[in-house]
Design a protein around this ligand. Structure first.
Ligand code: FAD
Ligand code: DHB
Length: 388
């Protein structure tokens, strides 16, 4: 089999790239190691920047998002129970969209199925070959049979643990990484959200986040040590700990029920440089990881593939390599700014065992400064809603 672009991974990055290429008439095949149902079962991001909303519209898959997504004009921050509303609309005239990654993925999968574009799910032993040479190709096993997909370009959209970045010789790539000593324990529940806005809360027990998927489905997180197991947390233990970290009025308003999903996600900051190796391009979580505090991971994946799609369309349809040559430096600029913001939100709101009383005072000063400074609030708003 032969295609122009072999896309590894059917997460939001791979599916969106496939969609943008398909609409421009560039041929692409997606190879995914899991089943479509498995991919849809992973509960992850919930907040879309305007840029991601615009991209879903441009890809012709924004209809359901506009019907079911919730426009949020701000967020609430809480520090030891003191509340601060950050109103993006008042501060900078922008807002974000609450629409789950699962739904984004579902919409992209449905569009791909309708158009008949090929996705190979449950592909085992995916390997990429000669991406720096004249005959790039992907090999994989499906139902016990080994297949080869010849291509011109390989797009590594296979997440942090994927095969693409791991196939690059060690001396050709530099990794910048910070692993945090904690993770987020997340619970999904069919109950109305506790507040109108998302609440990002700092408490001496640790960070907590009140988020949502719809007016009837909520998503809550508490900071836990990175080696913590979800199985150690009964629903009651989770709700008690969440309430303890919220201000009393919010805690009293919290509606609980049996959880429908519960999992721990580790927190990490990571960037690989560069993001192009001959005919291999990395995008999304394969290229970088942000701690989820700033709600940037999915949005960065979307902005990477927007730039990559334009570059590949230029290469295949206009026979110009300017776009692909500029891909890595272009996207890395935005990536580092999102890394900075995600690190900053994480630093302000989590408890860090090693920083002690001094660190907590600095965090409180950061919160008080935000509360008192329009400029600081505008900076938060600008970054949260998405930089250009
Ligand atoms: P992935 O979604 O990881 O997709 C990669 C795909 O590649 C997967 O389907 C995987 O199965 C497949 N794959 C892996 N290895 C191989 C292989 N060898 N061969 C073939 N296929 C392979 N981001 C936000 O923007 N906003 C948020 O609010 C937000 N909240 C989050 C909350 C949590 C708890 C977590 C964990 C993440 C959150 N994120 C958020 C981050 C966001 O979910 C990710 O950044 C996003 O999933 C990245 O998409 P991706 O397509 O690059 O990678
Ligand atoms: C969600 C996750 C985030 O990381 C975030 O900052 C906001 C919302 C969520 O899963 O709903």
């Amino acid at each position: 089999m032969r295609t122009q672009v072999a896309i590894i991974g059917a997460g939001p990055a791979g599916l969106m790239l496939g969609r943008l290429l398909e609409r421009a008439g560039v041929d692409a095949v997606i190879i995914e190691r899991k089943s479509a149902d498995y991919v849809l079962g992973r509960i992850r991001a919930g907040v879309l920047e305007q840029g991601a909303v615009d991209l879903l519209d441009a890809a012709g898959v924004g209809q359901r998002m506009h019907q079911e997504g919730l426009i949020h004009k701000g967020i609430d921050l809480a520090f030891d129970g003191d509340m601060l509303n950050i109103n993006f609309e008042k501060l900078i005239g922008k807002h974000v969209m609450v629409y789950g990654q699962t739904e984004v993925t579902r919409d992209l999968m449905a569009a791909r199925q309708d158009s008949g574009a090929l996705t190979i799910y449950e592909a085992d032993d995916v390997a990429i070959q000669d991406f720096d040479g004249a005959t790039p190709r992907v090999t994989y096993r499906k139902d016990g049979v080994t297949h080869t997909l010849d291509c011109d370009v390989i797009a590594g959209c296979d997440g942090f643990h994927g095969v693409c970045r791991a196939s690059v010789p060690e001396q050709s790539v530099t990794s910048f990484e910070r692993v945090y000593p904690f993770g987020w324990l997340g619970v999904l529940v069919d109950q109305p959200p506790v507040g109108e806005e998302l609440i990002y809360a700092h408490h001496e027990h640790g960070f907590a986040l009140c988020s949502m998927r719809s007016n009837t489905r909520s998503r809550y997180y508490v900071q836990v040590p990175s080696d913590e197991k979800a199985a150690n947390w009964s629903d009651d233990r989770f709700w008690d700990e969440l309430r303890a970290r919220l201000n009393p009025a919010t805690a009293a308003a919290l509606k609980t029920a049996a959880s429908i999903e519960k999992s721990v996600a580790p927190l990490r900051s990571f960037v690989a440089e560069p993001l192009r190796f001959g005919n291999l391009f990395l995008a999304g979580d394969a290229a970088h990881i942000v701690p989820p505090t700033g709600a940037k991971g999915l949005n960065l994946a979307m902005s990477d593939v927007k730039v990559l799609a334009e570059a590949l369309i230029e290469r295949f349809l206009e026979r110009s390599t300017a776009g692909v040559d500029g891909y890595s430096p272009t996207v890395l600029q935005r990536i580092w700014k999102a890394e900075r913001f995600s690190w900053w939100m994480t630093s302000m709101l989590h408890t860090f065992p090693e920083t002690g009383a001094f660190g907590r005072r600095i965090q409180r000063a950061e919160f008080d400064y935000l509360a008192s400074s329009l400029a600081a609030q505008q900076s938060l708003a600008e970054n949260y809603t998405g930089l250009p």
